[in-house]
Design a protein around this ligand. Structure first.
Ligand code: SAM
Length: 170
């Protein structure tokens, strides 16, 4: 199987969340109300009640209730975390789980961990699928999942089988 090189890189915007991660997200949140960075409204990868695609520009829309975010990776990624910060501060986002990477040296990491109270570091590399459904041998980055909300014990339970869950220092 030939895998597009971009899928293996942190620069790819089209790396879809695998089902076992979505299962853990739903176990934690109960349901997903919004995917603000979706591949499609007709055939979405994430089973959310509402989806914003690139056409809608999720960065310009309200993010209400329980949000799952796997943003388009790349240089502008911090805008997605600043947006989450604003939506959470405004009380529109009640809980969120973000799938991103361990990039502790970046401003994006600092923004994200300023609002997260738990981070899960998966014990195995996440194998993302691309638009054609192809699954690569694994990305070149180490993923991490962030919990924003007031029920961290639910996140700890739901993500326990995926990797170590760390408490973010205040
Ligand atoms: C990393 S993929 C995640 C897809 C899906 N949410 C998932 O988790 O499997 C990011 C998606 O965001 C879409 N996207 C890019 N820019 C966007 C924007 N401004 N607003 C909403 N979606 C956008 C891309 O087309 C891509 O499908």
């Amino acid at each position: 199987m030939t895998v597009p090189p971009a899928l293996l890189s942190h620069e790819s915007t089209e790396h879809y969340t695998p089902q076992y991660i979505l299962d853990a997200v739903i176990a934690c949140l109960g349901a997903i109300d919004l995917d603000p960075a979706s591949n499609s409204r007709e055939i979405p990868n994430v089973p959310a009640a509402r989806h914003y695609t690139a056409q809608d520009n999720g960065l310009l829309q309200p993010w209400e209730c329980r949000v799952f975010l796997n943003p388009p990776f790349g240089p502008g990624v911090e805008r997605w975390f600043s947006k989450l910060y604003l939506e959470r501060s405004a009380g529109r986002t009640t809980e969120a789980i973000v799938l991103w990477k361990s990039a502790t040296e970046t401003a994006a990491w600092k923004t994200l961990t300023a609002i997260s109270c738990r981070v899960c570091f998966p014990s195995a590399r996440i194998r993302f699928a691309g638009p054609s459904g192809d699954e690569g041998p694994g990305p070149t980055f180490s993923p991490a999942m962030f919990y924003v909300g007031d029920r961290p014990e639910r996140f700890e339970k739901a993500f326990d089988g995926i990797g170590a869950v760390w408490v973010v220092p205040e």
